[in-house]
Design a protein around this ligand. Structure first.
Ligand SMILES: [Zn+2]
Ligand SMILES: [Zn+2]
Length: 272
């Protein structure tokens, strides 16, 4: 069993290069048995002062038709489910709840790509001195704490996202300097039944590591965390399913016995 629970496709994700069918075929070639297609939904992070955000997503009918045809095309070869990666749904709670309740979705990843009144971490230039970035990093973890309490997502996406872009600028930090805050976050996750994902996309980026970094995944387990998914965060066919097997290796090393699939927002535990 290999389940890639984070992937994007065109035309629904503006930064994706290949179709849903391409992504499913790519995942199958890489040995996946399950995928969940999770396109960007940035409806809750729209701000006229920050126009480089992806436009809001509303074309659920076209997405659903595409999903049904890909599911049919894959037949019994690949279990295909539909989810979404929703940017900070708690920034606009009414909309966040509306998206979470969409009948098309089995699974929602909640991801903080930008702080309130700020651009996506992808666009930032990071200071030489980490102390100048520390308050943003603390705020970032606090946003995930709020997100975990919100009831608007099933797992928290790629905790430590900015580390990927800092690495490209030759900078970085050890997320474990925020261990106490992360403990609060993970205890909140356990209390509210929210999981985390291990995102493998930065393994083949400058960072060359999982997100969250392995010591943070271990801390989640130590805090009693059991609900966890693995996703490639792929935006093109070639990356579909990439390093999901390495993610499973990390889970085993950290003491996880199960990885999760999702149906109607309920985790299904599959033995690792
Ligand atoms: Zn993301
Ligand atoms: Zn993504």
């Amino acid at each position: 069993m290999l389940a890639d629970y984070h992937m994007h496709c065109k035309p629904y994700s503006p930064d994706a290069q290949d179709t849903m069918l391409d992504m499913a075929e790519g995942a199958l070639e890489r040995g996946m048995t399950h995928i969940c297609v999770t396109n960007h939904v940035e409806n809750c992070t729209q701000d006229p002062d920050f126009p480089d955000q992806f436009p809001p997503f509303e074309d659920w009918e076209a997405l659903w038709r595409d999903f049904v045809s890909v599911k049919d095309a894959m037949g019994g070869r690949l279990d295909v489910r539909l989810g979404a990666e929703v940017g900070a749904p708690h920034y606009l709670p009414e909309e966040g709840r509306r998206i979470y309740a969409r009948p098309e979705l089995d699974f929602v990843i909640g991801s903080v790509h930008n702080l309130r009144k700020a651009r996506d971490f992808y666009f930032l230039s990071y200071p030489e001195d980490f102390d100048n970035f520390r308050p943003a990093a603390e705020q970032y973890i606090d946003e995930y704490i709020e997100l975990a309490r919100s009831g608007m997502c099933d797992v928290l996406g790629h905790i430590g996202y900015m580390q990927k872009y800092m690495a490209r600028q030759g900078k970085g930090f050890d997320m474990m300097i925020f261990e106490e805050r992360l403990r609060v976050l993970f205890k909140t996750c356990v209390e509210y039944g929210v999981g985390i994902e291990v995102n493998t996309a930065a393994i083949h980026d400058t960072l060359k590591d999982f997100l969250p970094q392995p010591s943070v995944v271990r801390l989640y387990r130590e805090c009693g965390g059991e609900i966890i998914t693995v996703g490639s965060d792929s935006h093109r066919r070639f990356d579909a399913g990439r390093d999901v097997d390495a993610g499973y290796g990390l889970l085993r090393e950290c003491g996880f016995k199960y990885v999760c699939l999702y149906r109607e927002h309920r985790p299904e535990f599959v033995k690792l």
